[in-house]
Design a protein around this ligand. Sequence first.
Ligand code: GDP
Ligand code: IMO
Ligand code: MG
Length: 433
Amino acid sequence: MPKNIMKRTTILVGAQWGDEGKGKIIDLLTENSDIIVRYQGGNNAGHTVRYGDKKFILHLLPSGILHPGKKCVIGNGVVIDLEAFFHEIEILRESNVFVKNRLFVSDRAHLIFPYHRLLDQLREGQKGSGKIGTTKRGIGPCYADKADRLGIRVADLMNPKVFRDRLTYVLKEQNHILQAVYRHQPFSFSKIHREYTHYRDRLSPFVCSTELLLAEAHRAKKRILFEGAQGTHLDVDHGTYPYVTSSNASAGGAITGTGLSPAHIEEVIGVVKAYTTRVGEGPFPTEFPPALMAMVRELGEEFGATTGRPRRCGWFDALLVKHSVLVNGLSKMAVTKLDVLDTLPTIKICVAYQYKGKQFRNFPADQEVLAHAKPVYVECPGWLEQTSHIREWKKLPAKAKSYLTRLEDMLETRISIVSIGSERLQTIFIDGK
Ligand code: GDP
Ligand code: IMO
Ligand code: MG
């Protein structure tokens, strides 16, 4: 990989609705990094890394953990399910990947509790047609409690007295909601207290002030890579609200979610699929009709890495990604899954939306427009050749290069990586064309 493919402090974000292939790209960039940092989300993420016949799906730990010797940080902006945390460490251990002395967890990160998971399920169950289609991991309720000053942080768990007092106070409130609103039986204080006290001893070796660790690493000129989870359009501020996750998945989240100064960020790279997918509910203007959907879903193996749900698929939406370029300040893009389009005779790119006689060239916030807008497409001829064996830009079929160049022109952003398969080696680095 060319050294200049990324700068010393780089944020990598998903520029669509998640599952863009961030795991694969993070894995590649880890080679050029010293520290890999998750800054938001939790185990709702599913980042796939594949090498040889091995496949790992990281949910909570940074994808860089697969590289021995690299340090990994779970920042204060992440919400941590401790059961998932230790389960993931165990899965890695079984494959001889060890995390001791190189995995660090922020003492300010918030913890997911069983009542968060239950509330996520109950709320989704009750919403009927208004449901979000969450991963039911308790992510939304945990972030809601954080904002409502009802959260419990890692530091709170580490102090037995604080934890007992805090859990007593918080559980009273949670049980009240469960009983009064959902007619559900309450959680037992002693059961949760016992379970989490047990976790305390196991978690303790990983816990530190990660903002200090990162500031010192930055001062020592270490290379820091921020691993976004989800995608810009699932961001609670910049996404297709309310069909979003509950954190800031876009670049701003890397600042608030770690405590590293914004002045230290040198670059933001966006990952985009060569088409579009989304899991869960919410608007999707360029969604395919059923037959094409079934075909591309099969070609791209588009099934959720966390929940196994089939992903909705559609054409590349330039309005959607242009919005991501803007709110993240993307200077480069990695385009993934180009190979999935190899057999399509025509490939479309959405360049505008049409609604009630009005044309939209920028991604609108209005839910009604997004739900009913008719996409305006430009058509590109397909290349109808296999690409997954190609390793150099100049060897890509001319029509594939022309599709990618068109995306660059529309988005006014350079493509520096093209991925044509899920394996590490199935990658083209573009170091000047
Ligand atoms: P993430 O959440 O952004 O890390 O993406 P996921 O891991 O959820 O989903 C991406 C899927 O596409 C995974 O199964 C990857 O192994 C796979 N993948 C990544 N890049 C490519 C590619 O260029 N071509 C193909 N065919 N598959 C890819
Ligand atoms: P990665 O990091 C794709 C979606 C869910 C749902 C919405 C809210 O693998 O790209 P939540 O459980 O977060 O409250 O669900 O967000 N979602 C994702 N979609 N990729 C993800 O992560 C996602 N994480 C959450 O499907 O629509
Ligand atoms: Mg994923």
